[in-house]
Design a protein around this ligand. Structure first.
Ligand code: ZN
Length: 638
């Protein structure tokens, strides 16, 4: 199981496991390039069946529909994992998660596996990525090979670092980069030796929370609104390609789907039903390129494909190959020919990493889809696309055969080498998006089957989706803890929800229980320190911070709190030292900078205090509510 030690020793804990079983592309000869440039668009949490081109009559997706009309549409495309980072890593590497190492959000992609970016840059491409959410932050390893990796998410109105950003910003950045790229070409020459480019753009809108839950609009309508926003912004990008569009292959895909109660599931990341695995996948070659390399327009492909096929197909389209990929080059399908019969793998290790439940592994072969779990499932997905009738009991030979085959992709055990992000703040920001990046303690014994926890998982998804707040959130967490009293994450969340409601008396016992459950995280101690500080138990607060610092010595939030505590005790030199150290680790800790300015002021160091306050003003957004207080401090120093 994951533990604090492994998290800190991440650099030696992660071992790359190359896996190449079924569809290795080996040394396929490089063909003639079909496209010069490549634009890859991934829309987070986008179900295929909510796109107009896939039959959703209420869809407002004119951009995707136009690409689909003139491009090649894969009707049965599946993610390799129902969660953002592992799925994107599979898109960019052409490998299933065991081959790129990222088995859950917060678990870094192997530093040595080739990606579309590393391979295309090596071939002389300009490469840029603009992403919209923290699970794809550069620290998780997808930035390799990109000349530019745009992952700055800005700040919330209150100055806290944001965990996601709107599509409009992502597209603005991408268009600015395209203009810069075009400007580097000689303007007046008829056929400039343009450097080809690879641009990846990630939009996050359809991910929960969907729009504003407080409007009372039905959740599906709000989900469709978010998809419409992403599609509209995508339209701006396509338009901005300008003349380069004639040489550009556009690939659009979802990274995973979303559940709205199917199989008792909400959101995504736990189960591997097609609710969360099926995604739209569209390859669009402009008219000028049609026919080159046998590509056709207006083709619909019924053969099942996986997002691991994207990288080999893109590489082939630019006249190269993706080495050691699990996926295959889909070129035959782009020309309207059938694809070879093969197996497709998918997995979800979030259950074991986040809840200590059994992982799920799925194998699709012919009409069958097998799900390896403590109680395995088997569906005839040709006849039963919604996976309603489990045939495992009646088709034991088929189930057993597929069980043996799925083991060739990954076993049920979590590789010991895995570790979540080393940065505790990263874990906190993943939690804010509904993911937890630290595992509960391993109790030994057999792991529960996630489907036996589906009702609990649904309530947890409700909590983490951001659809609940205030009293409703507290009541949902209390319900979860009645059924799962040792769920450390739920104790921690309930502790924080009560702390935010000003109820420290009932927050503290929850935080103590989170600690007792063995969460390898400083957050519970930080919450305790806050509560003890509020009731002026400074010694108790200090003890909690010392424990937090012992668990996570590099946690800037812990150091900053230590500084604030020292200031409260009158130790100004000690406070200044700790606050400066916290700001060196994280310059965006605005509260630490404000307290530093005050500590300087109290020490009689007016010039230092004014400099810190001015520095803070330059960092706060124009709308930040804290500005007035900082201005007041500055005025008092004059
Ligand atoms: Zn995602």
């Amino acid at each position: 199981m994951l533990n604090a030690k492994c998290r800190m020793l991440i650099s030696i804990c992660i071992v790359h496991l190359a896996l190449c079983i079924s569809g290795c592309t080996g040394s396929a000869p490089s063909g003639k390039p079909v496209a010069q440039n490549v634009v890859l668009i991934t829309i987070d949490t986008l179900r295929a069946d909510h796109v107009g081109a896939y039959g959703w009559t209420r869809a407002r997706t004119p951009t995707l529909d136009a690409l689909a009309r003139e491009g090649v549409v894969f009707d049965r495309a599946y993610a390799a994992a129902p969660i953002t980072l592992p799925s994107h890593a599979s898109i960019l590497t052409g490998r299933y998660p065991p081959g790129h190492g990222s088995r859950d959000n917060g678990i870094r992609v192997s530093a040595t596996v080739p990606t579309l970016a590393t391979e295309l840059r090596a071939r002389g491409f300009s490469t840029a990525a603009f992403v919209a959410a923290f699970p794809l932050d550069h620290q998780f390893g997808l930035d390799r090979g990109f000349d530019v990796y745009g992952d700055r998410l800005g700040h919330e109105p209150d100055g806290r670092p944001a965990n996601e950003r709107p599509a409009s910003q992502v597209i603005d950045d991408a268009i600015a980069w395209l203009r810069l790229h075009a400007a580097r070409l000689p303007p007046d020459r008829p056929a400039p030796p343009a450097r080809p480019f690879f641009l990846w753009v990630h939009l996050f809108e359809p991910h929960a929370p969907y729009g504003r839950p407080d409007t009372g609009r039905p959740v599906i309508d709000r989900y469709d609104d978010e998809i419409a926003t992403a599609d509209r912004e995508l339209g701006r990008l396509v338009k901005a390609l300008g003349p380069a569009a004639n040489d550009t292959l556009i690939v659009a895909a979802g990274d995973h789907g979303e559940a709205f109660g199917e199989h008792g599931e909400f959101a995504h990341s736990i189960f591997v039903y097609d609710t969360t695995l099926r995604v739209p996948l569209i390859f669009y070659f402009p008219a000028a390129l049609s026919g080159r390399g046998g590509t056709r327009r207006g083709v619909r492909v019924a053969d099942p494909v996986s997002l691991v096929d994207v990288a080999p197909t893109v590489m082939h389209a630019v006249g190269a190959e993706m080495k050691d990929a699990d996926g295959i080059d889909l070129a035959p399908a782009l020309g309207g020919s059938p694809l070879p019969n093969r197996e497709l793998y998918a997995e979800s290790f979030a259950p074991v990493i986040e809840f200590g439940w059994a992982p799920l592994r799925a194998l699709r072969a012919g009409p069958w889809k097998y799900i390896a779990a403590p109680r395995p499932e088997l569906y005839n997905v040709d006849e039963d696309a919604d996976e309603r009738t489990d045939r495992a009991a009646g088709q034991t030979a088929i189930a057993q055969g597929l069980d043996q085959r799925v083991g060739r992709y990954a076993g049920p055990a979590l590789p010991k080498s895995l570790a979540p992000a080393a940065d505790p703040q990263a874990a906190e920001r993943l939690r804010a998006l509904g993911y937890s990046a630290s595992a509960p303690g391993d109790s030994g014994g057999p792991r529960p089957d996630p489907k036996d926890r589906r009702e609990l998982a649904a309530r947890i998804a409700q909590v983490t989706s951001g659809e609940l707040a205030g009293a409703a959130l507290i009541s949902a967490l209390e319900g979860i803890l009645r059924d799962d009293p040792r769920n450390g994450q739920a104790h921690l969340r309930l502790g924080y929800a009560r702390l935010q409601a000003g109820d420290c008396a009932r927050a503290e016992p929850e935080l103590e229980r989170a600690i007792a459950s063995g969460l390898p995280s400083a957050d519970a101690y930080l919450g305790l320190a806050t509560c003890r500080g509020r009731r002026h138990d400074l010694a108790g607060a200090e003890r909690a911070l010392a424990e937090a610092g012992r668990l996570e010595p590099a946690n800037a939030v812990v150091t900053a709190n230590l500084g604030i505590l020292r200031a409260a005790k009158g130790d100004l030199p000690g406070a200044i030292e700790a606050l400066k150290s916290a700001l060196a680790a994280d310059p965006d800790l605005h509260e630490a900078r404000f307290n530093l300015a005050i500590a300087y002021a109290k020490s009689g160091r007016k010039a230092d205090a004014a400099a810190a306050a001015r520095d803070l003003l330059s960092r706060l957004p124009a709308s930040a509510p804290q500005r007035a207080e900082v201005e007041r401090l500055l005025a008092s120093l004059r």
